[in-house]
Design a protein around this ligand. Structure first.
Ligand code: ADP
Ligand code: MG
Length: 697
């Protein structure tokens, strides 16, 4: 049976059609206005909206509703409430009020809050984000919400994102007005996140404690074949995976997620799914749903999806390219060069703002993607380096050089690049020019931020990008609004901005070691690890920036800093404890069993041969015993460090201790254990190896 995609698309979403059908026309218009302007819902119409939503949800088989939110844990949270309300006579009525729609009060005391909620006021509240449609998942009506403390402090990943969208809307509108775009009333950023993931067989997965507890392999010798044949990328999709993808697509489509492309990625067992881009908050909600469904549907197909940034050593990890742009309610993409000189000048101004923002806020962009998992990817020649730079491509770069140097642009038209004046030529953009090694690449009409990890919420990097760009637009608008000679000021502004910030532009190979040296000479930041990056978040100028743009206040920033540092420590602590457990209970006992078998063989050989020193059995036994002792010592060393870590109370000191002491002790344990894997009889090895995990489907 074929599926009519147009029929199933959005069938589980309370979208505009449902609203129009279920609401009186004036209520519908009022709600539309709320959605378009991104304003809170008027309580007067809330009851009507809630009623329509409930009726629609019941007709779809829903029994409960939930305020669906994104706490700082990075996964979505939901608490289900039934629609049922007991009435007299032992009966029930199904109700859902406007109050229940607008605001929820989850007892959320066990979500990470970094000290924001005093214990005497442990409640939080959730508030509907009407710009993101409600949907039905597993017979639950899910209402996308933001999550705050009673004092109004953001406790989630969504609130700062919504605030940052407001900031960029305000500032971009100021700029657009200066260019005479009176018809534009709102500006939104758009995002298309490309989601990478691995699929492994559920049976193999369930035998590996490291995958179960940490999502990545903490042990594992390389198998004879890796990704060197380059035969997986865009290769034929295996039938089992194909069946999973079909299921996944259909369920995503039902939820209104426009899953569009799917293909095999570079590494064996690695895949990618990309949706058509949408408004940033919706793209963020949809990406959370996508991650959830990838995991859930994989299980249905007896597989497990690994969203971790680096599930396998020696094999490419997974990222989430964040394609980002800005567009107007009139449908114009502001990062698309236009046809007229004026449109091009406007494009160049936005471009200059972004270049300046990236250069001035390298620290924030870097830390917005910092996590224990992502530390394995960045700078490891499979993902962009940890150094932030901007790729523009040769053609656009030549245009900018011509502006900076006031020389004729060396393109086909040989025109002097005088901004604003009618001589500005049509900008030639080669969108095929793709430099895969750049962290922040212009790809024709959007920027592709390639540093985010596969596992993280995209709200983090997007609220940072939105905020830093909004702040630059604010400065530009300040400079331009007061000027008497708009064109001259505009020209100088673009020229000087590019001149001062061109060090951030790099069109070469980001994987090359020489780039690291070059970047250092240019004074660019190179923050290797999460604890190197995160402290920049609370630098005074960054606190001032986020406060100025009304995205986060000082307390919220302090709390987020603490939460993310602690998260890093907790993740690696669990990894360390898992390694100790696996080494002591599985790896060393298996190797000892093998050593025993070998020594028994050697003993029996002794009666036959005189010189058994050089036999396979003796030599192997020696090596196995040596690695067992190494492993034992390394395990003890790691245990000692893990105990030290438990005694450190200060969250910053703990994170630095993890970075400096725990990680190297983990490496120290992995080495002898991986050597043992290559020595010990496969039949005795306690868990499936890389070969099975990577090629087992
Ligand atoms: P790649 O070649 O990088 O793999 P894909 O086609 O897989 O490119 O992904 C490109 C992503 O960029 C898609 O999700 C697409 O919808 C998104 N995209 C395209 N235009 C825009 C835009 N204006 N704003 C945000 N994202 C966009
Ligand atoms: Mg991409």
């Amino acid at each position: 049976m074929t599926t009519d995609i147009t029929k199933i698309f959005g069938s589980k979403v309370f979208n505009e059609d449902c609203m129009r059908e279920g609401l009186a026309s004036d209520t519908y218009r009022e709600l539309q206005k709320t959605i378009q302007e991104g304003k809170p819902l008027n309580p007067k119409i809330a009851n009507a909206v809630a009623h329509a939503m409930k009726e629609w949800a019941l007709s779809q088989g829903a029994t409960h509703y939930t305020h669906w939110f994104q706490p700082m844990t990075g996964v979505t949270a939901e608490k289900h409430d039934g629609f049922i309300n007991p009435i007299e006579g032992g009966k029930v009525r199904l109700t859902f009020s406007g109050k229940e729609l607008i605001k929820g009060e989850p007892d959320a005391s066990s979500f990470p809050n970094g000290g924001l909620r005093a214990t005497f006021e442990a409640r939080g509240y959730t508030a509907w984000d009407p710009t993101s449609y409600a949907f039905i998942k597993d017979n639950i009506l899910c209402i996308p919400t933001a999550f705050c403390s009673y004092t109004g402090h953001a406790l989630d990943k969504k609130t700062p994102l919504l605030r940052s969208m407001e900031a960029i809307n305000t500032q971009a509108l100021r700029i657009l007005k200066l260019f005479g775009n009176e018809e534009v009333t709102s500006v939104k950023t758009t995002v298309g996140p490309e989601q990478e993931y691995f699929l492994v067989d559920k049976e193999y997965y369930s035998k590996r404690k490291d995958l179960i507890y940490t999502g990545r392999t903490l042990f594992g010798a390389p198998c004879p074949k890796g990704q060197e044949m380059e035969d997986h990328y865009f290769g034929t999709i295996k039938s089992r995976v194909q069946a999973f993808m079909k299921d996944l697509n259909e369920q995503l489509w039902e939820l209104g997620v426009s899953a569009k492309t799917e293909h095999n990625e570079v590494a064996p067992a690695q895949h990618e799914l990309a949706p058509v881009f949408s408004t940033t908050n919706i793209a963020t909600d949809h990406n959370q749903l996508t991650m959830e469904l990838i995991q859930r549907i994989a299980k249905k197909h007896d597989m497990v999806a690994l969203l971790h940034e680096k599930p396998f050593e020696g094999i490419n990890g997974s990222g989430k390219h964040n394609n980002w742009s800005i567009s107007t309610n009139t449908g114009k993409n502001l990062l698309e060069p236009g046809d007229t000189p004026y449109e091009n000048a406007q494009f160049l101004l936005f471009l200059a703002a972004i270049i300046k923002a990236v250069d001035e806020h390298q620290d924030l962009l870097r830390l917005s993607v910092a996590s224990a998992g992502n530390d394995h990817r960045l700078g490891a020649n499979e993902a962009p380096p940890a150094i932030i730079s901007v790729f523009l491509g040769d053609e656009l770069n030549a245009v900018l050089e011509a502006i900076i140097n006031e020389t004729p642009y060396d393109g086909a038209e040989h025109k002097l690049m005088k901004i604003g004046a009618s001589v500005l030529p049509k900008l030639p953009l080669d969108t095929t020019d793709r430099n895969r090694t750049s962290p922040f690449a212009f790809t024709g009409n959007k920027f592709e931020f390639r540093m985010p990890g596969s596992n993280s919420s995209i709200s983090g990097c997007n609220f940072v990008i939105n905020t830093v760009v909004a702040d630059e637009l604010r400065q530009f608008a300040d400079a331009l609004e007061g000027t008497l000679d708009f064109e001259a000021t505009l020209h100088d502004l673009i020229k000087n901005t590019l001149k001062h910030h061109k060090r951030i532009i790099f069109n070469g190979n980001g994987y090359d070691d020489s780039w690291i040296e070059e970047a250092e000479k240019r004074g660019l930041l190179n923050l290797h690890t999460t604890p190197d990056a995160l402290p920049y978040f609370i630098h005074e100028e960054n606190i001032e920036l986020f406060e100025r743009m009304h995205v986060l206040d000082r307390e919220e920033m302090m709390s987020r800093y603490e939460i993310t540092m602690e998260e890093y420590t907790k993740i690696i602590n669990i990894e360390a404890l898992t390694m100790i457990n696996m080494a002591k209970k599985e790896i060393l006992p298996a190797a000892t069993k093998y050593a025993k078998q070998l020594s028994e063989t050697i003993l029996s050989q002794k009666s036959v041969w005189e010189d058994i020193e050089t036999t396979y059995e003796s030599q192997t036994l020696k090596e196995v015993s040596k690695q067992i002792q190494e492993g034992y010592r390394a395990c003890q060393a790691l245990e000692e460090k893990a105990e030290c870590l438990h005694r450190i109370e200060d969250f910053e000191k703990a994170a630095f201790f993890v970075r400096d002491e725990i990680l190297s002790a983990m490496d120290g344990l992995r080495k002898p254990c991986d050597l043992l894997e290559n020595l010990v009889d496969e039949a005795l090895w306690p868990f499936p190896t890389y070969g099975k995990l990577l090629f087992g489907i």
